[in-house]
Design a protein around this ligand. Structure first.
Ligand code: SAM
Length: 292
């Protein structure tokens, strides 16, 4: 078996050899703890028939662990300076492919069709760059990729918001957007000491298991999310006041909004953060004829 990339000594040697300097603007905090990496991969429940899509391989610390436990790994890396390093560190793993691209601009579905043909079980596994965690996760979910789910490291504070339940301070439009597509759980809390350089914030690993169908069924998804964003626009305001102020032409439609709340059996004086995803679906369906 090859020596692990993710030990402090080997990582420093690789970085020194290539004269690599970290770019904070690209969220470069590399993992230097093999045990943590193995536990992250455990949560993805890969088999020899699975494929993994990685975002941001860095010097290949996680890529290596994924390559050992799956059929194929495809990783998107934005930083060109890492390509020659990855070529060297991943040379022992012919089942890895690196794509030099910003994942937010990449045609991920096209990549799956080209690179992962015939593989039925696909997981996204990543230690995400923290400056773009939410856009990356939302892109992967909204594009309806044929993946089983996502296991990723991110800021603990964002993990708390993603897996929050109604009625808690962390519950908001992000919780609902992600729980609409997936079952979300925080599976690990990770100390700062296992990264170089150490990030300023605490980290966590979440597991998002894609639902077969979205959690609720709505006529118009964009409108459903518009209602949710409006409901959380000012957290201290009541649901009614937020809908009036933050839905287009809400002010002129106050009476209709009140009637829609009544139809959905939701008290107008409640706050957005107390509504379950099912209640938001009911509300969006009863508001729909008024705004559409
Ligand atoms: N996987 C490595 C590890 O765990 O040690 C590195 C993780 S580091 C937190 C994030 C990585 O994402 C960096 O390699 C960075 O260059 C890369 N990255 C940042 N923004 C990206 C983007 N938009 N698309 C693809 N990769 C990106």
């Amino acid at each position: 078996m090859q020596k692990d990339i993710a030990t402090p000594v080997r990582t420093r040697a690789i970085l020194e050899k290539h004269g690599f300097s970290f770019k904070k603007s690209l969220g470069q905090n590399f993992l230097i703890d093999t045990n943590i990496l193995k536990r992250i991969v455990d949560h993805a429940e890969l088999t020899e028939e699975s494929a993994a899509i990685e975002i941001g391989p860095g010097i290949g610390a996680l890529t290596e662990q994924l390559a050992r436990r799956s059929k194929k790994v495809v990783a998107f890396e934005i930083d060109q300076r890492l390509l020659p390093i990855l070529q060297e560190t991943l040379a022992p793993y012919p089942n890895t492919t690196i794509i030099h691209e910003d994942v937010l601009k990449a045609d991920v579905l096209g990549m799956v069709e080209k690179e992962l043909q015939g593989i039925d079980d696909i997981m996204v596994v990543a230690n995400l760059p923290y400056y773009v965690t939410t856009p990356i996760i939302m892109k992967l979910l909204e594009e309806k990729l044929p993946i089983r789910g996502i296991v990723c490291m991110l800021q603990k504070e964002v993990a708390d918001r993603i897996s929050a339940k109604p009625g808690t301070k962390d519950y908001g439009s992000l919780s609902i957007a992600i729980q609409y597509y997936t079952e979300a759980e925080t599976v690990m809390i990770v100390p700062k000491t296992v990264f170089i350089p150490q990030p300023n914030v605490d980290s966590a690993v979440i597991r998002l298991t894609k639902r077969k169908e979205p959690a609720v069924s709505v006529k118009d998804e964009p409108f459903f999310f518009q209602v949710i964003r409006a409901s959380f626009a000012q957290r201290r305001k009541t649901l009614l006041n937020n809908l009036i102020s933050h839905l287009p032409e809400g002010k002129q439609k106050k009476e209709d909004i009140l009637a829609a709340l009544e139809q959905a059996e939701i008290e107008p004086g409640r706050r957005g953060e107390t509504l379950s995803i099912e209640e938001f679906a009911r509300l969006s369906e009863s508001l729909y004829p008024i705004f559409k």
